[in-house]
Design a protein around this ligand. Structure first.
Ligand code: HEM
Length: 394
């Protein structure tokens, strides 16, 4: 141990002595150049492709800067006050975000588990947001974040196995709130963002509304398969304007996940040892030895090893703030695929609940036993496992 510390010290010292006066500036220059290069390689989407800067609204400018990697997509603006009135009141109707505040209350209650982790509804909402928006590519003339996953029979496609529970819940919210002008497309994307911040450590992503619904089912063959090669996945997402870096950030959502259909004999097995927590454990655990119940997707393993994705994968290990930042930007882009009125969107981020920037599983002992293969009943009860802390090891 002492020897390791010594070498660590020597390594740090060596790293330090190769520095020279002005190097900080040079490094900053390199970092800025790299960022500028990345911004150049980022593609614009929807109406932002054709509108000139002078034509952009304040929201249009912000979204453009976010998707060009020039501005953060994380917001700290919180409206802690009560809504102006009930959704059917004149006061509430006069305030665009008022109805969204009520929706946020409903969703937050559904997405927060008694354990403090986020629930299967939250995880489903994040995946639903992805599956509605990602049915789009730069060669299709329709599809994207348009609500069609729930307004048509898209949901019954094999790609969407596992989304039935959140689909039913989302349709109930749509019935309740559509009469106040809420589109399915917005409901789904707001659901994904509320779910993300309800998950402990999740980013509070800027949230825009005003997407248009589409009653036409999206094109088929545009969602990834769990057994696809890294090359196929990277090309599939590139055609959605999502580069390998952003793809690596997005699949990190599997940090919260529990699979049900990839291997039905292992229904409920998580993709890292902390399901329901928006931490970076997923990145490290995908590339290392894990407890037996952790179920790694072939697609995640393939990406973690691919030369175009590997360095970012490694960078997210232990890089919670870095990942949150990159995920928020990448998800903002994803949530706007196929949207052709980005410049007219409005912002209701303030209705999102506050983020939880630290979290400790109070029931880690029982989770550890579960991860080793005991207590199968937790497969469907991780959200509330804390209730079982009275159990003792067998
Ligand atoms: C390489 C691309 C991807 C593949 C192949 C993939 C595949 C899958 C599969 C097979 C499941 C398990 C479904 C089940 O058995 O119940 C799953 C779950 C999930 N995926 Fe992905 N996914 C990908 C990308 C993404 C992205 C980009 C997001 C979000 C931005 C996402 C979010 C989720 C979430 C939150 C779950 C958990 C759902 C739950 O616990 O019910 N995935 N994914």
């Amino acid at each position: 141990m002492k020897t390791l510390s010594y070498f660590h010290y020597v390594w740090c010292f060596t790293s330090f002595v190769v520095a020279y006066p002005g190097m900080g500036d040079t490094m900053e220059h390199v970092r800025r150049s790299a960022k500028a290069a990345r911004a150049d390689s980022k593609q614009l989407i929807g109406d932002l492709k054709t509108l000139k800067d002078a034509q952009l609204t304040a929201i249009g400018k912000d979204i453009k800067a976010i998707i060009l990697d020039q501005k953060t997509a994380i917001s700290t603006v919180i409206d802690a006050g009560a809504p102006a009135g009930t959704p059917d009141s004149a006061a509430c109707k006069a305030d665009l975000c008022c109805v969204w505040k009520w929706i946020s209350y409903d969703m937050t209650a559904r997405f927060n588990g008694t354990s403090g982790r986020c629930t299967k509804f939250a995880r489903g909402a994040v995946r639903l947001g992805f599956h509605d928006a990602a049915v789009w590519s730069n060669t299709t003339s329709y599809g994207g974040a348009d609500g069609s996953i729930l307004l048509t029979d898209e949901i019954s496609r094999a790609d969407n196995s596992g989304l039935a529970t959140i689909a039913d819940q989302m349709k109930q919210w749509y019935t309740k709130y559509n009469k106040y002008g809420v589109s399915m497309a917005d409901l789904i994307q707001m659901g994904a963002n509320i779910a993300t911040v309800v998950c402990p450590l999740g980013p509070r992503i800027r949230s825009f509304v005003g997407r248009k619904d589409n009653a036409k089912a999206g094109p088929t063959g545009l969602l990834p398969g769990v057994n696809d090669s890294a090359d196929k996945l990277i090309k599939l997402f590139q055609a959605k304007t999502i580069d390998p870096h952003d793809l690596v950030a997005l699949v990190g959502a599997h940090t919260t996940s529990q699979q049900h259909f990839v291997d039905t004999a292992r229904d409920g097995d998580p993709q890292d040892s902390t399901p329901g927590v928006w931490d970076v454990a997923f990145y490290g655990e995908t590339v290392s030895t894990t407890p037996p119940r952790v179920f790694k997707f072939a697609s995640d393993l393939a990406l973690s090893k691919d030369s175009r994705a590997k360095s970012e994968w490694q960078a997210f290990i232990g890089g919670q703030a870095h990942w949150n930042e990159d995920y928020a930007k990448a998800y903002t882009r994803l949530s706007l695929l196929g949207v052709n009125n980005i410049n007219d969107l409005k912002e209701c981020t303030k209705v999102l609940p506050p983020p939880r920037t630290s979290f400790v599983n109070q029931d880690q002992k029982i989770l550890d036993l579960w991860l080793q293969g005991q207590y199968d009943q937790l497969n469907s009860m991780v959200d509330d496992a804390i209730m079982l802390t009275g159990l003792t090891s067998t």
